[in-house]
Design a protein around this ligand. Sequence first.
Ligand code: MF3
Ligand code: CO
Ligand code: CO
Length: 261
Amino acid sequence: MILIKTADEIELMRESNLLVSLTLAELAKFIKPGVSTERLDQIAEAFIRDHGAVPGFLGYQGYPKTLCTSVNSEVVHGIPSEKVILKEGDQLSVDCGVVKNGFYGDTAFSFEVGEVSAEVRRLLDITRECLQKGVEQAVEGKRIGDIGNAVQNHAESMGYTVVREMVGHGLGRHLHEAPEVPNYGRRGTGPKLKKGMVICIEPMINMGRRQIKQDPDGWTIRTADKKPSAHFEWAVAIDKGKADVLSTFSYIDDELLKQSK
Ligand code: MF3
Ligand code: CO
Ligand code: CO
């Protein structure tokens, strides 16, 4: 069953996703060569608690941390660790969740560590465009397959592949609600989108082949061919004519722009 959120509930979900967006922007200040992903996790947890919320992933199905930090060929669900020290040229997907006022926020951004290669930069740019293409389809009257189709078309037209096993999802009082939101699919198929549905659109796009493997840690998903993978995620509320995006990258973009000046 796909739950419909009231306008008031959507405002609470905007608050939750805004806090995740702010947390990611705070992390942007620290994502540099030499920092451990464990340190980033500590910063995020403190920031979230200071803002009257609790980490959304910590304890979820036994997950041990606040963030998922996935480096280079890691697709998603990389576990923060003091053993993982970021280095120049790495690419880092940070996925963060909170619960505030009973509602989840869930948003992810792929960062450059120092300067990345031109080919990794392109993967990040195109994956972010894939998210945008998906969001453009997230309007009342369209179907879930329209979103996946838009993401897949863009990725594949650029020579990339789409991870199939992991999908986006509904979001609300639970981290993962119906419907599933695949990043591939056929136009005009799947559940119909209605005003008040809230979904996470989260393309996971690979530079090489689409196949993935899970590490023995039971969480980390990486590309089977060890080539880079990127991941961006927004929570969006379905509305008439245009999606109401509850997450934002503007705080991150502002921080990164500040750093580049
Ligand atoms: N944030 C992931 C998603 O976007 C789910 C992470 S679950 C965790 O759906 F347990 F790994 F945190
Ligand atoms: Co997420
Ligand atoms: Co998600």
